[in-house]
Design a protein around this ligand. Structure first.
Ligand code: SF4
Length: 353
């Protein structure tokens, strides 16, 4: 790294640390050294805003105070506690990683970067966060906040997902890192990205304007440069709510797909919007149908799910098989549902809390 960049990195490091001391950001996981709790907070905060993640962090740390408690828990309970947070793969990975820690690391959270990185669901960012926060190891975190700050400060105008650009960002993150206090530095730069150098940055009050290439060249609005996102796939779910007296039939979703491990009603997926009569031509058992008018929509990272529901009162003696269970409405709260099903049940007055 050239001397000019090194000097600039040093100035940035000092100014961000000073900014951090003047702008404390209290959070329940702040300053903790327990690697398990740090890991919990980092996984929960992926794709989740701090205010939303806060309650989940408290719930998980109370329900599963140690990694062994989490490893011993039933996956259904873990998913139930995760309900409403979305991106359920995080919860499934977390549960699998807890079991990995018990089986491979004798229940002790690993304390070197490569072992932490080997845990299921743990990528470079999370491994660096745990290594630096819990063990003071000199690994720089590089998340969306850090990428935004560094590309603006150093005027990196290429597409951030291209491999050479990403390599330059990683090198700069390492150069800027305070190797003596990596945890404190990582926290400071992430806070700076969350509060100061935000997507719509507060340049007017920023202590780094004199060091910021994007600010000087009037390119703040264009950096960081992202690839155009691919259009989301639209899916059309038609749910048939088979019921008998106070029981509703539900089934655990087993496909390696959205919502794996969550519960739902009898589902007929269609490639496009259809009329109900086209959808319900071949139901597995006789029933009286009543179509709901509401349309539910849930937007996920790569998909948009549209759902409609029909109530189906079972008329004969035949019961719904193929893995379905009849569950009393009052016991629905024991199961984790996708948000779209959860919303439907709440609209129908089913108590899920
Ligand atoms: S001057 Fe603006 S763009 Fe540059 S680091 Fe500060 S807040 Fe970010």
């Amino acid at each position: 790294m050239e001397t000019a960049n090194r000097n600039k990195s040093e100035t940035i490091r000092k100014k961000i640390q000073q900014w951090s001391e003047e702008n404390p950001r209290p959070m329940p996981w702040r300053s903790i050294k327990n690697p398990y709790l740090i890991w919990l907070s980092e996984i929960i905060l992926q794709q989740t805003r701090v205010m939303q993640g806060w309650d989940y962090y408290l719930k998980f740390s109370e329900s599963y105070p140690t990694v062994k408690d989490l490893a011993d828990a039933h996956i259904d309970d873990v998913l139930k506690n995760w309900e409403g947070l979305g991106y359920y793969q995080r919860a499934r990975n977390m549960h699998a990683a807890a079991q990995q820690i018990v089986s491979t690391f004798e229940g002790r959270f690993p304390d070197d970067y490569d072992s932490i990185r080997s845990l299921k669901g743990v990528g470079d960012y999370t491994a660096s966060a745990i290594a630096s926060f819990a063990y003071g190891l000199p690994h720089a975190v590089v998340d969306g906040n850090v990428i935004r700050i560094l590309t603006r400060l150093f005027g990196i105008s290429g597409i951030i997902t291209s491999a050479p650009v990403r390599r330059s960002i990683d090198a700069l993150a390492d150069e800027v890192l305070d190797k003596d206090r990596p945890g404190k530095h990582n926290q400071a730069i992430m806070d700076f990205g969350a509060m100061q150098c935000t997507p719509a940055p507060r340049c007017e009050s920023c202590p780094l304007t004199a060091d910021c290439s994007a600010f000087k060249d009037n390119l703040v609005g264009q950096i960081p440069l992202k690839k155009k996102p691919r259009p989301k796939r639209e899916r059309f779910f038609y749910y048939i709510v088979f019921h008998q007296e106070e029981d509703l039939y539900i089934k655990k979703r087993s496909q390696k797909d959205v919502w794996e491990g969550l519960y739902e009603f009898y589902l007929i997926e269609q490639p496009e919007v259809r009329d109900w009569h086209q959808v319900v031509e071949h139901l597995p058992i006789p029933c009286d149908l009543e179509y709901e008018t509401a349309h539910y929509k849930q937007t996920l990272s790569h998909q948009i799910i549209h759902a409609r529901f029909a109530l189906a009162a079972i008329t004969g003696d035949r019961l719904l098989k193929e893995g379905y269970s009849a569950v009393n409405k009052k016991k629905m709260r024991n199961f984790a549902f996708p948000k779209i099903v959860d919303c439907y049940l709440r609209d129908k007055g089913v108590n899920l809390n």
